[in-house]
Design a protein around this ligand. Structure first.
Ligand code: FAS
Ligand code: PHB
Length: 390
């Protein structure tokens, strides 16, 4: 089989790019390691930048997001017994975010690919990238006892942190930058009314907590836990009791608890791979970078990669203009590193580090008191949280 662009990974990055390119008449195929049900069983991001939402609409996938998603113009930070408000709308020049789960967004993308007859192959095994430095790269994968070859002109690696694409860049070319945090997030999904109409991030001496939501009947909560903890060590009652301890009384008193329908622990890491391209291979999303979810930048960092690749590949095929492709890595990394900085800053400000010293405690308090006493500081947070321009 021959296509113009072979995309590895059927998560949000790969699917969104495939849909956008299809609408430009560019022929793609998406190769996904797991089944669609497996991909859609993942519970991940919950907050979309306005730039991501714009891309979904441009991809003709934004209708349910706009109908069911919630516009959020601010959020709260609970700290030192007080609940302070971050007015995103005021301090970002009128922007906001949409609260809409990645699971639903990915479902919308799959259904859009189906509507257009997009080629998505599930349960592929042993994906291997070949001749990336040539003008005729190809990808092979195993399906049962058959080896299938896909000839293409470009390969996009949108196969996440554990994918094969980044590892296809030679070690003497690839540079990796990583910071692993000494804690994780224990996340719970429950069919309960959210404790607050807006998100509540909580800094507490017992550890970080976050109250989020997916809808008015589906809540998402997190507490910081040691990396050694396991979900099965946290029965629901223990989780709810610990969450309440970390929230101000005015919030904890309103918390509606219920059975968890999903419970998992995600480790926190900051990671960037450079360059994000090698010959005809282009990395996008988690295949190239990971952030701690504190700043809600994970999925949103993929948005600008997809935007740049979409426009670069369109310019190549429509105008023979390769400046976007040649400059992709440098342009994508410039915004990736800003998301890294913001995610590190939010994580450092709000979490309880096991190796902290009293000086660190004062710095955290100073960060928060400066934030809530300076319009400049508030504008800095707001413009990053709603999403820096592409
Ligand atoms: P993805 O990892 O979503 O998709 C990659 C796809 O490639 C997967 O479907 C995988 O099966 C497939 N794949 C892997 N190897 C392959 C191979 N060899 N061949 C073919 N296919 C292959 N972000 C937030 O903003 N907020 C959050 O709360 C949040 N929570 C998260 C919790 C967890 C446990 C994880 C892992 C991530 C979380 N993230 C969060 C970040 C997350 O939303 C990612 O940013 C987002 O999934 C990135 O999308 P993709 O780049 O498409 O990568
Ligand atoms: C979520 O709803 O899963 C979520 C929201 C904001 C974050 C992280 C996770 O910063």
């Amino acid at each position: 089989m021959k296509v113009q662009v072979c995309i590895i990974g059927g998560g949000p990055s790969g699917l969104l790019l495939s849909q956008l390119l299809h609408l430009q008449g560019i022929d793609t195929i998406v190769l996904e390691k797991y089944s669609r049900d497996h991909v859609l069983a993942r519970i991940r991001a919950g907050v979309l930048e306005h730039g991501f939402a714009r891309l979904m609409r441009e991809a003709q996938c934004g209708e349910r997001m706009d109908r069911e998603g919630e516009i959020h113009k601010g959020f709260h930070i609970a700290h030192d017994g007080v609940l302070d408000h971050v007015d995103l709308h005021k301090y970002s020049g009128g922007n906001s975010v949409i609260v809409y789960g990645q699971t639903e967004l990915t479902r919308d993308l799959y259904e859009a690919r189906d509507r257009l007859g997009g080629k998505v192959v599930h349960n592929v095994e042993d994906v291997t990238l070949h001749d990336l430095k040539s003008g005729a790269p190809f990808v092979t994968y195993r399906s049962g006892d058959q080896t299938i070859r896909i000839d293409c002109e470009y390969v996009v690696g949108a196969d996440g942190f554990h994918g094969v694409s980044r590892k296809s860049i030679p070690p003497d070319v690839l540079r990796e930058y990583e910071k692993v945090y000494p804690f994780g997030w224990l996340g719970v999904l429950s069919r309960t009314r959210p404790v607050s109409p807006e998100l509540v991030y909580a800094k507490h001496e017992r550890g970080f907590a976050l109250c989020s939501l997916r809808s008015q009947v589906l809540s998402r909560y997190y507490i910081q836990v040691p990396l050694t903890d396991k979900p099965e060590e946290w029965p629901d009652d223990a989780f709810w009791a610990e969450l309440k301890r970390r929230l101000p009384e005015e919030v904890a008193g309103r918390l509606i608890t219920g059975p968890s329908i999903e419970k998992s622990i995600a480790p926190l890491r900051s990671f960037v791979a450079e360059p994000m391209q090698y010959g005809r291979l282009f990395l996008a999303g988690d295949a190239a970078h990971i952030v701690p979810p504190t700043g809600a930048r994970g999925l949103n960092s993929a948005a600008s990669d997809i935007y740049y690749l979409y426009h670069a590949l369109s310019a190549h095929y429509k105008k023979g203009d390769d400046t976007g492709l040649d400059g992709y890595s440098q342009k994508a990394l410039a915004r990736v590193w800003k998301a890294q900085r913001f995610s590190w800053w939010m994580t450092t400000m709000l979490h309880r580090f096991p190796d902290r010293i009293p000086y660190d405690d004062h710095l955290q308090q100073t960060e928060l008191s400066y934030l809530f006493s300076s319009e400049t500081a508030m504008r800095l947070l707001a413009e990053n949280y709603v999403g820096l321009p592409f």
